[in-house]
Design a protein around this ligand. Structure first.
Ligand SMILES: C[S@@+](CC[C@H](N)C(=O)[O-])C[C@H]1O[C@@H](n2cnc3c(N)ncnc32)[C@H](O)[C@@H]1O
Length: 388
């Protein structure tokens, strides 16, 4: 091992690990109970250190010492009940997390969670552990960071908590901005054009490739994969009615651009809100947050950004503007495009079914955001920043 030894808890397919590995960290243990996600992780970072199971089942004596722990438990809830009962099952995963911190005794840990995390009882629990519990030796800093501010072509806001017992570590400074001020060293946000503009508009297939070389044994189970690059550039087979709908949505638009008659009953009944539904991205802006069901246009602004209005509007829907079929791409983004928007390297290897891989992509921390955090904590671990 040459890098800085780290543990990734709730590792998923390894989006966060990817960013840390690129900055010279070396994973010596990863825990993830979704078997397909763990298999993807293993295909990219090695199988020898992956525990594909429930974190609660990892015996404490098997937890190695590590200099860094990354990854945070999924947040269970945002009720106002507070954190009165430590035996509440919602707290179970956080107790597991603290068990790992106690056993591995890392110098630094990094938690990623939803943007509202600081309003959650789980966050209160962290603070109380810092006051007089397992985390009493750690300085905690936290903030909501937007991946777009760190060179990722996606607006994705996440709470990051950095715990350090080798000196307080502030959040990394943004490297990008929506509109950098004149003379600023910040670069403009990266855009959809930057990351998916080069890809074929018309994917060849609706399915992941099959064949003997596309089956992988992981922990005694055979899974589809590995898949990489254009293997994942797969289209869907929308109904004619859906295609007709897509054609009326301009870049940045959504369900409100559809002629009333083409709107589904529930949209007709809900004239406001859920503006992203059936939305289309913009070439010159970052994507919206990639979620686990990005392949469903009704889930967000996931239509391909290419769209030009038809020169003649003779569709019979007054007031609506239809796209030119020859200059528009009426489909959702592909798995490959979503993986690039999430900042995975193009040769990242994926294991699982289409739905499993989409979940892995949507759940991940974009590697660019992880890299920025890794780069921020690295000098502390190298002893280049004296403890305060
Ligand atoms: C937000 S995702 C993590 C994403 C990951 N950090 C990345 O960048 O790719 C949270 C993960 O926690 C896993 N998970 C939830 N409960 C778990 C448990 N009890 N034991 C192990 N993994 C668990 C989920 O399967 C999911 O993949």
């Amino acid at each position: 091992m040459t890098g800085i030894p780290m543990i990734d808890l709730f590792a998923g397919c390894g989006g966060m690990t990817q960013g840390f590995v690129e900055e010279g960290f070396d994973p010596l243990l990863a825990v993830e109970w979704d078997r397909a996600a763990a298999a993807t992780y293993a295909a990219n970072f090695g199988e020898d250190h992956v525990i594909a199971g429930d974190i609660a089942d990892v015996p404490t004596k098997e937890i190695p010492r590590a200099r860094v722990i990354i990854g945070g438990p999924p947040c269970q809830g945002f009720s106002n009940l507070g954190l009165k009962d430590i035996t509440d099952p919602r707290n179970q995963l956080w107790r597991e997390y603290l068990r790992f911190v106690s056993a591995a005794n890392p110098e630094v840990f990094v938690i990623e969670n939803v943007d509202r995390f600081s309003k959650s009882p789980e966050f209160q629990m962290l603070l109380s552990e810092q006051d007089h519990g397992t985390l009493k030796d750690y300085d905690l800093t936290h903030a909501v960071l937007n991946a777009a501010d760190y060179g990722v072509a996606q607006r994705r806001k996440r709470t990051i908590v950095i715990g350090s017992r080798i000196g307080r570590i502030e959040m990394p400074a943004p490297t990008h901005a929506q509109r950098p001020a004149e003379g600023s060293a910040l670069k403009p946000w990266r855009t959809l054009r930057d990351v998916i503009g080069h890809l074929p508009a018309k994917p060849a297939s609706t399915e992941l490739p099959t064949g003997a070389d596309r089956k992988r044994d992981f922990n005694g189970e055979t899974m589809p994969g590995p898949f990489t690059e254009l293997d994942l550039h797969i289209k869907r087979n929308p109904r004619d009615e859906s295609l007709e709908r897509y054609s009326f949505v301009p870049p940045g638009g959504g369900r409100f651009d559809l002629p009333y008659k083409l709107q589904s009953r529930c949209w007709q009944d809900k004239p406001t809100g859920t503006t992203d539904v059936m939305g289309r991205g913009r070439w010159d802006a970052p994507s919206v947050t990639i979620r686990t069901e990005f392949y469903k246009p009704e889930k967000g602004q996931y239509l391909h950004p290419q769209w030009e209005p038809a020169p003649v509007q003779n569709h019979g829907y007054e007031g609506a503007v239809k796209g030119d079929p020859d200059r528009s791409v009426d489909r959702v983004i592909t798995h490959y495009e979503a993986s690039l928007i999430q900042d995975f390297p193009k040769d990242f290897k994926w294991v699982g079914t289409k739905i499993q891989i989409a979940r892995q992509i949507g759940n991940a921390v974009p590697s660019g955001l992880a890299r920025a955090i890794a780069r921020q904590i690295r000098p502390f671990l190298d002893g280049r920043v004296p403890p305060a």
